[in-house]
Design a protein around this ligand. Structure first.
Ligand code: MGD
Ligand code: MGD
Ligand code: MO
Length: 665
């Protein structure tokens, strides 16, 4: 991003950097409004201490000294009474900067001996599925996607959630490629594709394995690739031939068998083929298994061998030379420290004992809006015996429950380093303006807090600049070069072909592990299989009868998870909380367009305005998200219905594995 600053030091313009080879001068809908957000009237500019009841949102202004003294004293008394593991840090994707997201904060909590947070809210099912199969997270070089002749956009709303990939897809299209979108919803991405396959949510693993059935049955697999690069392919072949015939799987996926046959044939006979696999489809009970199966399609056909071929979920494994252990200092955390799954925050705050969570420190996250089973999360946040600190830009749904609220700097107001998970460049974020009000970078807040708590180890005093040098110590460039150039492509060859024949695969066997002993060690099957959604007729017919509709609550086009919901222009374009429902489901319930409806299950309920549309298939309803509960009419959002159950692989969140019923409000 390029920021123009006027003579008074005020940022007046923001634009994409036209010289960045991947983002090419383009800012997405939300970040284009980042100045409106930064200079928002309601920015938190001073530390605050709670005066009202928890959740009421009443605070008084405090000085940094007073706020930090209070936090230090309260954390110390929690440690004295319950031990350090009664303290829980909670952070995720507010900023993905290495310094403001995983440096001094981690060192601070590790030194205290606080509970560790298992960061599973987004990507861990897919990440672990790739780790088990490929040893790391790498994929097709996104800049080569223009070479592909057949592209699957699978469980991804690319135009909304990953628009920077679109120019490369566009290029492929211009060269005659066909684009196929696999998504239960007719998203804007589906509309921009050549074909749309609205398969049933949570059935993708079966679909992929059935494609393999067709490929092996008809002898279309790439034997040479399978022999050279994979382990256990014969077992996979036998399994898919036995269990995943299209006639059977078509029923699971609610598509015609010919759809699977046709797609499998084209996939196996076209080159190069590219699959953009994204996170939407792994937010189901069987999400890990689904990613495991889909990611193996290019191994079966040898698509990994082609420039522009393969599959891309995440490139984050290509950043393995970053010295994250020097940055985070996990070694400072006492051995045996417990780990708490962030997806199960509600449970952690209301049921966990030995010790109970007595202090919660939230930064870079808004769990009061985004965590599943919100009813339970709020019950936890309301506890009067819980001491809660929130570092924020705004008074969010979570901030309302804070005892102490601290003002944090935005991306324009601090320096940072960024890796990527959708491209191959390391980036430097140079501060453009001075911090607004009394706001401070997260790293500085934790540095000051460590000093207040008399933690005087040298690693808790290091500057951001020192930490940047430490994390870059194994990279083939220096911090100064990165500052100078802004972004530098990783040294992975161009194009990067991570799994071309002859490449080293970082698994124990050095091959792509179709049969994975590491999967077995995690309690999974040796080979990929289809795992049905937890909340489905297959698993729980009784539940499916009471709650017959599958609710998906993916990000609205104008929001970034819960970020930007309070930015007026973006909220205006999002409109209001809606529920998209097919006429076949709306009619018998007496629902017509514009009617206010209640969406509910045993966990909770929320209200929205019905939009009757054939964008969704019958049996599926959609609530574009993630609304701030307090900015919705009913003070609730879709996470009142979502579940704390975790995925088959990676203990990930299952936001879209969620059966509900809908009635007129
Ligand atoms: N504008 C915008 N961009 C974002 C974000 C945002 O909030 N707003 N969030 C960022 C973050 S943190 C993430 S993780 C990514 C998420 O971006 P994506 O990985 O694209 O994930 P989602 O948007 O959650 O879901 C993508 C699509 O998956 C579909 N889907 C749901 N269940 C299934 C299923 O079972 N099978 C299939 N095939 N499709 C299914 C949904 O209908 C949705 O259209 O986007 C990032 N980019
Ligand atoms: N129903 C439903 N729930 C979901 C999802 C969904 O699709 N549907 N998506 C899930 C996914 S993929 C994700 S990644 C999570 C995301 O959940 P979160 O990680 O909580 O992300 P955000 O909702 O964007 O909230 C981030 C907060 O961090 C703050 N922040 C930003 N930068 C900084 C900073 O430098 N310092 C400090 N102190 N604060 C900062 C922002 O103001 C914002 O309030 O939500 C999950 N929840
Ligand atoms: Mo995410």
């Amino acid at each position: 991003m390029l920021v123009t600053v006027d003579d008074d030091g005020r940022a007046i313009r923001m634009a994409g950097d036209p010289e960045h080879p991947f983002t090419q001068g383009f800012l997405c809908t939300k970040v284009a409004k980042y100045l409106e957000r930064t200079y928002h009237d309601e920015r938190l500019l001073q530390p605050q201490i709670r005066t009202g009841a928890k959740g009421e949102g009443k605070f008084r202004r405090a000085t940094w000294d007073e706020a930090l003294d209070l936090i230090a004293a309260r954390l110390q008394s929690v440690i004295d009474e319950h031990g350090a593991q009664a303290i829980l840090p909670y952070s995720y994707a507010g900023t993905m900067g290495l310094i403001q997201g995983e440096s001094m904060d981690r060192r601070f909590f590790h030194s205290l001996g606080a509970s560790l947070l298992e960061r599973t809210i987004c990507a861990s099912a897919g990440a672990e599925a790739l780790n088990v199969t490929y040893g790391t997270r790498m994929g097709t070089d996104p800049e080569t996607v223009g070479e592909a002749k057949l592209i699957f956009l699978w469980g991804t709303n690319t135009l909304t959630a990953n628009p920077h990939l679109w120019p490369f897809i566009r290029k492929a299209k211009d060269n005659g490629a066909k684009i196929v979108c696999l998504d239960p919803l007719r998203t804007r991405t589906a509309l921009a594709s050549d074909e749309h396959i609205p398969l049933r949510p949570g059935s993708d693993g079966a679909f992929a394995l059935s494609m393999m059935h067709v490929i092996f049955r008809d002898g279309l697999e790439d034997r040479a690739y399978l022999e050279a690069m994979t382990l256990g392919w014969e077992g996979l072949r036998d399994r898919v031939l036995r269990d995943y015939a299209p006639e059977k799987v078509a029923h699971i996926c609610r598509v015609e068998p010919s759809v699977i046959e046709d797609l499998a044939h084209r996939y196996a006979t076209t080159r190069p083929t590219f699959i953009r696999l994204n996170y939407g489809l792994q937010r189901h009970g069987g999400g890990g298994s689904a990613v495991r199966a889909i990611s193996l399609l290019p191994a079966v056909t040898g698509a990994w061998n082609d420039v522009g071929g393969g599959c891309l979920l995440s490139t984050s494994g290509t950043f393995h030379e970053l010295n994250l252990s020097a940055l985070e200092r996990k070694d400072l955390s006492p051995p045996g420290t417990r780990m708490i799954n962030m997806t199960r925050l509600g449970e952690a705050l209301t049921k966990t004992d030995d010790p109970p969570v007595k202090a919660l420190v939230v930064y870079n996250s808004n769990p009061g809006s985004i965590a599943p089973d919100r009813e339970n999360v709020i019950a936890g946040l309301k506890r009067d015996d819980l001491f809660t600190v929130v570092l924020e830009h705004f008074q969010t749904d979570t901030a309302d429950y804070a005892d102490v609220l601290l003002p944090a700097t935005t991306q324009l107001e601090h320096d940072d380093l960024h890796k990527a998970y959708g491209h191959l460049y390391m980036m430097y974020n140079r501060r453009a303006i001075a911090p607004l009000g009394e706001s401070l970078p997260n790293s500085e807040i934790f540095r000051r807090l460590a000093a207040r708590m008399n933690l005087d180890a040298p690693e808790l005093r290091e500057s951001d600049e020192t930490m940047m040098r430490q994390v870059l110590s194994g990279m083939p460039f220096t911090l100064d070069e990165l500052k100078e150039r802004g972004s530098i492509r990783l040294d992975v060859g161009s194009p990067h072909l991570p799994y071309r024949i002859g490449a080293h695969v970082p698994t124990p066997s050095g091959k792509i592990e179709i049969a994975s002993q590491r999967a077995v060690a995690k309690g999974l099957d040796l080979l990929p299989e289809y795992v049905p959604p937890y909340e489905s007729g297959e698993r729980d017919p009784e539940l499916a009868k009471r709650f017959p509709l599958a609710l998906i609550s993916p990000p609205a086009h104008s929001f970034l998870n819960s970020t930007f919901v309070n930015v007026v222009s973006l909220r205006r374009s999002a409109g209001k909380p809606t529920l998209e429902i097919h006429a076949d489901d709306a009619k018998p319930r007496g629902i017509n367009d514009g009617k206010k409806v209640t969406i509910f299950n045993d966990r909770g309920s929320f209200t929205a305005e019905a939009v009757v549309t054939d964008r969704v298939r019958p049996g599926v309803v959609v609530a574009p998200s993630i609304w701030w509960a307090k900015l919705s009419d009913d003070g609730r959002n879709a996470n009142h219905t979502t579940s704390q159950a975790v995925t088959d692989i990676g203990n990930g969140a299952t936001f879209f594995d969620n059966l509900v019923e809908v009635r007129v409000h």
